[in-house]
Design a protein around this ligand. Structure first.
Ligand code: X8Z
Ligand code: ZN
Length: 636
């Protein structure tokens, strides 16, 4: 995906691939008093006219489109073939983006006092926000920033750790790889499937050996983008990021806290239950019942989604739920078939099939012979129809969901392709992340029967609801505090509340506070554990995923209501419902042309983000968890 995106709605559109989408324009216009740059337009020193504003926006749009045409392709090639040369190219084009964003932000300020039509004002405000990673307007700053960002991204993509597992279940990881140098995909397989705490700890700590060298450049990057943000009129880069939600930055931070408070009781119950179950598996030494859990025993490299330990925490006597990995294997699915089935969901809603170029140009399996950024992403190369995904897909349930996630980005990108480049973006960045996830919530047992993955006789009855919900909660509920804490950390880094010497301890302070997790082993002084999570070196803001984990349930509920469905939300699938598809498209084709509450209202009828659909979806599980946790001391 992108490395650098300019926030100016459009600019970002450019570069960003689905995994990252840029933010929308903002009504939270910073004051211009701190701007030091004198643009060429300013030099004219004449009062601008609406006609000049119109011409400026037209020229800006053209400049952005021209750079996008090159930038998107350069980033694509860099992410698909990481070499010295493609890094050089990406770094060069990133600097061009940074300079363009800075220039346009400064020039747009000339029109501040002008009474403009709302649409033109929105575009101007978007341009004035510059980019999420703004370079200060001084010689060499854009180049330096872009090189740091490119190098961080590529360093993560090339990360490896040498580890030879004695466990025969991992023998396949060493075929054609006798040295045992493992990349993230293989290390993640071990974290997902090993039940040996020593092995888990070794692999967990081993992956984190990739990131200490990132700390110095990351620190330099923070200084540069803070300076750039100050020139744009923000106190620091965190204020700039929080200002991207059609409301004051302070109000947005409060919104995030409010949403978390709504869903936290559900997380607390899940944490309590999972800790008790893992205690039974591993004993008091590994999982003490009165403190945070070890982050390496939850089936995921970052402890952000826990579905891979379902077998350890499955509710007793509640049926098995549905194991999608087993179904995919049983029916002989390959990566292409998984993507085709994802596509078919969208076409069932009335969306056009993916273009031939999607199939010709996407990357859906991990290449053996070159370095690629494996972290899944979706791309919009020409701002129109050349949409693609890039994903080192594994044949399992987790990646089946991720395919829907990525296709959601592509479908959104195509839906807003007729918007001006300024508005080729999600209503807010959480919307972009929520589209495909909302579709994946419709992967119910009945739906699986309809597409031939599950036999009719194997549809679990109502007695399996707890099991079905447990599987979902392990991924979706467990994610919520992680989704929140990543940018709580970055905001504190940007504001200086965490100094470089506190980067790692601050990370763990928040991991414990929000997730109730701790490292399995004391962290060395050199550790930079945030750097071992893609979005930190990949420089992708993360609050979007927290918002998406709220919004996708809001969308799902609205869609189910629309379809006239009356049963429990977790059994609802809107597969094949054209009315839902039409309304979904109406929201998406707005892009970021209107404040996000307008888009939310277009689909759900309400204007605020709200966690009550999450609570409704998981209500039967909450009852179960509370019952199971009776007599236990919860919390950490
Ligand atoms: O990064 C992603 C997507 C691409 S936008 C695969 N996600 C976050 C992550 O992996 O950390 C989706 C869920 C959260
Ligand atoms: Zn995404």
């Amino acid at each position: 995906m992108r490395n650098i995106f300019l926030t100016a709605a459009s600019i970002s559109a450019i570069l960003l691939a689905g995994c990252g989408d840029k933010e929308t324009t903002s009504v939270d216009t910073p004051s211009d008093t701190k701007v030091t740059t004198v643009s060429s337009v300013d030099e004219k020193n004449t009062a601008p006219t609406p006609q000049e504003a119109k011409e400026f926006l037209e020229a800006a749009e053209k400049d952005i489109e021209e750079l996008n045409a090159i930038g998107a392709r350069v980033y694509w090639i860099n992410a698909n073939f990481i070499t010295e040369d493609t890094d050089w190219l990406a770094s060069k084009v990133g600097a061009d983006y940074a300079k363009l964003a800075t220039r346009l932000a400064n020039e747009a300020k000339r029109f501040n006092g002008l009474d403009l039509p709302a649409d033109m004002r929105r575009k101007m405000d978007g341009l004035k926000r510059g980019s999420e990673f703004p370079a200060p307007d001084k010689e060499g700053a854009a180049e330096k920033l872009s090189k740091i960002m490119t190098d961080l991204n590529s360093a993560y993509g090339k990360g490896k750790f040498k580890y030879k597992s004695p466990d025969p279940q991992f023998a396949a990881l060493y075929e054609n790889n006798p040295d045992g140098v493992l990349s993230l995909g293989a290390l993640s397989d071990i974290i997902a499937k090993s039940r040996n705490p020593e092995e888990l700890q070794t692999v967990w700590a081993g992956w984190r050996e990739i990131s200490p060298p990132m700390k110095k450049p990351y620190t330099e990057m923070v200084e540069i983008i803070n300076e750039g943000s100050q020139e744009l009129g923000y106190a620091d880069a965190g204020m700039l990021w929080r200002g991207g939600y059609d409301m004051e930055g302070e109000a947005f931070a409060a919104e995030a806290d409010r949403l978390w408070a709504q869903v936290k009781p559900l997380y607390d119950q899940l944490h309590c239950y999972v800790r008790a179950e893992l205690n039974q598996e591993y004993g008091d030494e590994v999982v003490p019942l009165d403190g945070p859990m070890r982050a390496d025993i939850l089936g995921n490299m970052w402890g952000q989604a826990w579905g891979n330990i379902y077998d350890l925490v499955a509710p007793e006597g509640g049926g098995e739920g549905v194991d999608i990995t087993a179904l995919l294997e049983a029916k002989g699915y390959d990566q292409k078939k998984m993507v085709e089935v994802g596509e078919a969901f969208f076409t069932s809603l009335g969306f056009d099939p993916l273009p031939d170029t999607f199939w010709e140009r996407s990357l859906i399996t991990k290449p053996r012979d070159r370095e690629v950024v494996c972290h899944a992403s979706a791309w919009d190369i020409d701002d129109r129809d050349d949409i693609r995904i890039k994903m080192c897909t594994k044949i399992n349930g987790e990646d089946f969901s991720t395919i829907h996630h990525e296709l959601g980005h592509n479908i959104y990108q195509r839906a807003y392709k007729d918007q001006p480049v300024f508005y080729k973006d999600g209503a807010n960045d959480g919307f972009h992340e929520a589209i495909g996830d909302m579709i994946a919530l419709s992967i119910t047992p009945d739906y699986l029967v309809e597409i031939g993955l599950l036999d009719k006789d194997d549809v679990p009855g109502a007695d399996a609801d707890t099991a079905l919900l447990m599987r979902q909660a392990l991924d979706k509920v467990a994610f919520l505090p992680f989704g929140l804490m990543v940018d709580q950390w970055r905001w504190k880094v940007f504001s200086g509340e965490y100094s470089p010497s506190e980067y790692n301890s601050g990370w763990w302070e928040l991991r414990e506070k929000y997730q109730g997790l701790k490292p399995p082993v004391e962290r060395p002084a050199s550790a930079f554990d945030p750097g071992a999570k893609y979005h930190i070196p990949g420089n992708t803001p993360y609050m979007r995923y927290f918002l998406a984990h709220i919004l996708q349930f809001q969308f799902h509920k609205a869609a189910c209501d629309m379809s006239g469905y009356e049963g429990p939300l977790h059994r609802c699938s809107v597969y094949g419902n054209k009315e839902v598809g039409e309304k979904f498209n109406a929201m998406m084709e707005m892009g970021s042309s209107k404040p996000w509450p307008d888009a939310l209202e277009a689909f759900t009828g309400r204007r605020d983000m709200d966690g009550s659909a999450v609570l409704e979806y998981f209500a039967p599980l909450m009852t179960y968890l509370e019952e199971e946790n009776k007599g236990r001391t919860c919390g950490w």
